[in-house]
Design a protein. Structure first.
Length: 223
């Protein structure tokens, strides 16, 4: 029995000796290629993550702009002020006054409560330091300088991550002094990263930011 076991071991050893292995030279030659593949894979993953994050932020910019315009359209809700009354927005406006620089409007609502003083109800929407803000008065209640856009206040390289670069309110259709179609044109920008040293202003805006132009018109049915 011991002799049979020895024979089997010898057969196994002979079989291993016939197997062709990988030499050290072949391993050394394959290492640079493997390293190159890993580097290319890391670059591809990094570029994918960068592109994904930039796309996510750009979509967030669009969503926040849409919500900001909706706040102008329907009114801005403020806890402790607007719960028991209708919101003051373009859809409830009796008339709208555009400031001369066209970067702010005052909305006077159609007040349907009998005996109410119309002068005690109004809402302003205006551009201030790259942000859309609002102030309003609801009879004896009011709020001031509430930020509508952006929703956050993150800074990148000392600049707001989301900011409005231009805002224009335009009387597209009006009868005498009463506007019944108001145009809203907003240019806004999202910053992905800070400006690198040596980058020109043009390179910084092209590489590190994206800009969107949002245009819409609102029909003022009560004007």
């Amino acid at each position: 029995m011991i002799t049979d076991l020895a024979k089997e071991l010898n057969k196994f050893r002979d079989k291993l000796g016939k197997e062709s292995g990988v030499s050290l030279i072949e391993v050394a030659a394959a290492l640079p290629l493997g390293a190159l593949v890993l580097v290319l894979l890391a670059i591809a993953i990094s570029n994918f993550l960068i592109t994904y994050e930039e796309t996510r932020l750009y979509v967030q910019l669009q969503e926040e702009l849409f919500n900001a315009v909706e706040s102008i359209r329907y009114g801005f809700a403020k806890a402790g002020v607007t719960e028991m009354v209708g919101l003051i927005g373009l859809l409830s406006a009796e008339n709208v006054v555009i400031r001369p620089d066209r970067q702010a409007i005052t909305i006077k609502p159609l007040v349907i409560i009998q005996g109410s003083n119309e002068d005690l109800y109004s809402a302003d929407f205006y551009l201030e330091s790259g942000e859309l803000k609002t102030s309003a008065r609801y009879n004896t209640l009011y709020y001031q300088n509430e930020r509508v856009f952006p929703t956050g206040n993150r800074l990148i390289g000392g600049e707001k991550q989301f900011r409005i670069t231009d805002l224009r309110f335009t009387p597209e259709k009006y009868y005498y002094n009463d506007i019944y179609i108001l145009g809203i044109d907003i240019e806004a920008r999202v910053r992905f990263r800070a400006r690198s040293s040596g980058q020109s202003v043009e390179e910084d805006l092209r590489i590190n930011t994206r800009t969107i132009n949002y245009n819409t018109s609102v029909f003022l049915g009560n004007s």
